[in-house]
Design a protein around this ligand. Structure first.
Ligand SMILES: Nc1ncnc2c1ncn2[C@@H]1O[C@H](COP(=O)(O)OP(=O)(O)OP(=O)(O)O)[C@@H](O)[C@H]1O
Ligand SMILES: [Mg+2]
Length: 378
């Protein structure tokens, strides 16, 4: 099936500099899919959206919408003819127009009767029908957000692009507005690219996430793949917290031996025995259990509601203490100095593929005595 949005080798430079805001970006988005561009400030997310919408033109590469080249390869289709609706980070509502007029503005060129009909329909579907005569300053942040979405959806675009749509909302409103917006987009069956620097939003709402760093896409995958099997140190550390351990491949049952013990059935570990690797071990990989074989002392704790995020000092095979971040059940408190034992849930450990070549660290020497079954799963 032809992807609805396709970027091939897209590069955008700004002058003076040049600043390569977007570098060789390739991405395909299927019909009805929600993809989030996730990355830190300045990594090129907004520029990528603006390139798709047609507010910028690429220096290299081709952008296709519905199979038709709209930028690059000698093609140029004007923004208003791309079938793309865009919701800007600051909503960009017209302050002197009412809610209804703001939405109708997006329907320029439609017959008057259809304008009214579509405006009524879209406002109703977003629960805004009562607010049609209000001005933007008379609305809450969440309501303004929905008006901006209504304006983008009213012309029934093929694609909706949303730039940091939830960043102006407080934590409480954020989740409910986010879920509502996503439900509306799913109902409309629109293909959507979100931009976010918030990994929780990205993981929660996306079919796939594209993690961007310095103008490039570092990894594209389902939220599950991105979180559990990060391909680079950047992805491992940007998407949630992790522990990066150095080690080498042992190869029986996909085991990797690290300075903190052996982890088995580790993802991406099918490399030749002895290969030095870096392993990303998520804090969720440590399950406090009396049968655990890994011992550690609590250094500090932070209560987050869903779990207790603890720093635990594990005594490594190299005789040194290693401070790891561990998620503990929030059912009780943990005192600094408390001794805990852990079982390893190996699904949350993964070899970081793109870190191995560039490591240059010295793993535990293969002939060092090994702690018995340092980690469960062995
Ligand atoms: N019109 C412009 N002229 C010059 N440089 C620009 C222009 N627009 C963006 N840039 C630069 O391109 C890079 C990418 O910017 P972009 O706005 O795409 O980042 P972003 O990922 O959206 O960041 P943020 O999360 O802060 O919004 C930055 O270094 C930025 O300074
Ligand atoms: Mg931006």
């Amino acid at each position: 099936m032809t992807p609805v949005i396709s970027l091939e080798g897209v590069t955008k430079r700004f002058w003076p500099g040049p600043v390569e805001a977007v570098s060789q970006v390739s991405l395909q988005v299927e019909e009805g899919e929600i993809v989030t561009l996730l990355g830190p400030s300045g990594c090129g997310k907004t520029t990528t959206l603006r390139l798709i919408a047609g507010f910028e033109s690429p220096d290299e590469g081709t952008i296709r919408i519905g199979g038709q080249a709209v930028s690059g390869s000698g093609a140029w289709v004007a923004p208003e003819r791309r079938g793309v609706g865009m919701v800007f980070q600051d909503y960009a509502l017209f302050p002197h127009l009412t809610v209804g007029e703001n939405v109708m503005f997006g329907l320029d060129g439609f017959p008057r009767r259809e304008k009214k009909e579509r405006t009524r329909e879209v406002l109703k579907s977003l629960g805004l029908a009562q607010l049609v005569k209000r001005y933007p300053h008379e609305l809450s942040g969440g309501q303004q957000q929905r008006v901006a979405l209504a304006r983008a959806l009213a012309p029934k675009p093929v694609v909706v692009l949303m730039d940091e749509p939830f960043s102006n909302l407080d934590a409480h409103l954020r989740e409910s507005v986010r879920d509502e917006v996503v439900a509306t987009i799913r109902r409309a069956g629109v293909t959507c690219i979100f931009v976010s620097h918030d990994q929780r939003d990205a993981l929660a709402i996306s079919d796939r996430v594209a993690v961007m760093n310095q103008g490039r896409i570092e990894q594209v995958g389902t939220p599950w793949q991105i979180y559990k099997h990060p391909d680079s140190v950047f992805v491992a550390t940007f998407v949630g917290r992790t522990n990066l351990l150095q080690g080498f491949v042992k190869n029986d049952h996909g085991c990797v031996r690290t300075e903190c013990g052996s982890f088995c059935r580790v993802e991406n570990s099918g490399l030749p025995e002895g290969t030095p690797v870096m392993v990303s071990v998520r804090p969720d990989a440590f399950e406090a259990s009396e049968e655990g074989v890994l011992e550690g002392r609590v250094v500090s704790t932070k209560y987050t509601g869903a779990h207790v995020e603890a720093v635990v000092e594990i005594l490594g095979e190299d005789g040194r203490g290693h401070q790891l971040v561990v998620h503990l059940p929030p059912t009780r408190t943990y005192a600094p100095g408390e001794l805990l034992t852990f079982r390893i849930v190996s699904e949350f450990a993964s070899v970081v593929r793109n870190a191995c070549q560039t490591l240059g660290f010295s793993p535990v020497p293969p002939d060092a005595p090994e702690r018995e079954e340092a980690a469960a799963g062995a």
